[in-house]
Design a protein around this ligand. Structure first.
Ligand SMILES: N[C@@H](CCC(=O)N[C@@H](CS)C(=O)NCC(=O)O)C(=O)O
Length: 173
């Protein structure tokens, strides 16, 4: 498999973590988001966004594909209702965290603190992986003080090699 990747992209981080959790061997094509290659615009029109895995864009969809082709170790829970809840959690990423994260980063009015306080975490690895790249960046790049519950959750996740690798990537940005 080939992942079109950018170190600083948190959507790519979702895919990097999922690939690592499942131990899937793959190649990486790093792109410079400030100087996006023409071929990427053709591969994932119209904006040339990353990640793209073997031609497939959208991090949430890629995570689903990885779960299907590599069911073990599972990121989604076994119970269908719990699986649906995990997917719902990821589906609502923008309103649960993303919109306020980016508003905070731009210096616009935001509710990032309240969103972090309310964040549902620790229910499934699938949803945790989908959220952790932004929580990590909020802490390590934006200097946000995480609520105790979220800091504790992150500390446990960071013990996983897949997430520890992301901490290093963020440090090097
Ligand atoms: N919905 C996409 C979002 C991907 C995305 O926005 N990637 C950013 C980098 S972090 C990007 O390529 N942005 C370029 C642009 O929007 O022009 C996903 O989940 O993969």
């Amino acid at each position: 498999m080939n992942l079109v990747d950018a170190a600083r992209c948190p959507y790519c981080a979702r895919v990097r973590i999922a690939l690592a959790e499942k131990g899937i061997e793959h190649e990486v094509t790093q792109v410079d988001l400030a100087d996006r290659p023409e071929w990427l615009l053709e591969l994932n029109p119209p904006y040339g966004r990353v990640p793209v895995l073997d031609g497939l864009p959208e991090s949430e969809v890629i995570m689903e594909l990885l779960e299907e082709i590599h069911p073990e170790p599972a990121l989604l829970p076994a119970d269908p209702a719990a699986r649906a809840r995990a997917r719902l959690q990821v589906h609502r990423f923008d309103s649960n965290l993303g919109d306020d994260y980016y508003a905070y980063r731009r210096g616009d009015p935001n509710d990032l603190e309240a969103k972090l306080e309310a964040l549902e975490v620790g229910q499934s690895l699938f949803a945790d992986i989908a959220y952790v790249p932004w929580v990590l960046r909020a802490r390590d790049m934006l200097g946000v003080t995480l609520p105790r519950r979220i800091a504790d959750w992150l500390a446990v996740l960071e013990r996983r090699p897949s997430v520890a690798a992301e901490v290093e990537i963020v440090r090097a940005l």
